[in-house]
Design a protein. Structure first.
Lengths: 137, 137, 137, 137
């Protein structure tokens, strides 16, 4: 797995609130996109993992909002893996406009199966190894 | 099935756009809530229908926006069944603030199964009969 | 100001994700609804505050997700004011299905004006006094 | 103005519903992104237009949904200007996965000012001329 990855996101009109700012709840969706694209850049594919019955759920999320992002801003979301154990995955996020950091977030993820039972984090997500062939997109 | 039903919806902050208006795409989610609650008021439950493998999909949707709804407005969504055939269900919607009509919509729905195959609209949805026991909430 | 308030929220279809669960980012919008309705129940109105140039922004938000909420669940969002100072307002939230706690959140809010300058939290929000007449809905 | 433009959009997890399909209301947000990016590609900027008091509102929207788009699909949204008069702008949209057309939409837009009064569509939007300097991003 890569341990850091960046994506660009343009703030959509429907994501901005009456102040003209990106609504605070939307940052968590941006974090999710950051994780998904980091996984893809590492050779994995979350949709395929779900099809194989490996569901990744968010068990904790937080964000500090320092400066508002506005409608139509082109933002960078930098996603960093902080720690992976058999039980959980911890990510950090920075939302940047040019070089200015607008927000910083953290999430903790766990793995469950279709019946909702907690499962171990797949081995390849705990190492710098590429994902196994069956989860290649 | 009831053929007309009304719900109240308060416009949420995150649903309003930088003009302070309810974003136009959100009306279609309000229509869906109107349908769901009309079904519930008729004694049915869409979640249970899905669990039984009966998926209702939107095949056509339209809306005319006459006056903007604003953040925090308390709206009435009036849902009317226009026509039900074995192949499709047609609804009409009015979004009202007090007695003023802000928007009018229409949708056409079809029924599919988990494999995506088109299925007949259940008999009880085509009649004024109550839904069968197994779809009672 | 009231210091605790409860609202009921039905999970919408469009708020549920491919797992059938309420998407984690949506909880933060529910918290916002909880705050807004607690303010309304206290005799205030956030829309009117914004019209008067008093903007309340989220500077920090977090949530622990214990059990998933599902599409069509009828949830209770319990909002509690933890602390109000001239600089910030801290809330706590519990999301309940029947008596089971599904998620717990916290937010920290600050007050700014139209130019983005930090302002003091209005006196009446710091006390059990009702809001002044001009912010009555 | 350009009269046709294409963008790529990846379906986000939070945009997919319990069937795993892109929720039907979301297509209208994709259409809006298509219009915004066509304007940008023509040398204009909608955010700047709004700052200058030219608000573009949707007065009618429709969509036919032929095949579902799924979570994580990479879609093409093709936006075409059908007709521009001093009173309104009509667009057409196709949502494609590879060469397969999943949905077709139409919108009618009008121009208003900050007070909600209907205004004429700017001259440059009615012609193949580039937008005036003050609306260049």
């Amino acid at each position: 797995m890569l341990t850091q990855h960046e994506i660009q996101v343009r703030v959509r009109y429907e994501e901005a609130d009456p102040m003209g700012f990106l609504h605070h709840a939307r940052y968590f969706a941006y974090f999710e996109m950051g994780r998904t694209e980091m996984l893809r850049a590492s050779g994995g594919c979350y949709r395929q993992m779900e099809e194989e019955g490996i569901l990744i759920v968010v068990v904790r999320a937080e964000c500090r909002f320092r400066k508002p992002a506005r409608y139509d801003d082109l933002l960078t979301v930098r996603t960093t893996i902080d720690r992976v154990t058999p039980a959980k995955i911890e990510h950090r996020y920075e939302v940047l406009r040019d070089t200015q950091c607008l927000a910083e977030g953290r999430t903790t993820l766990a793995v469950i199966d279709r019946e909702g039972r907690v499962r171990r984090v797949p081995e390849w997500m705990q190492t710098p190894e590429p994902p196994p062939k069956e989860t290649l997109a």
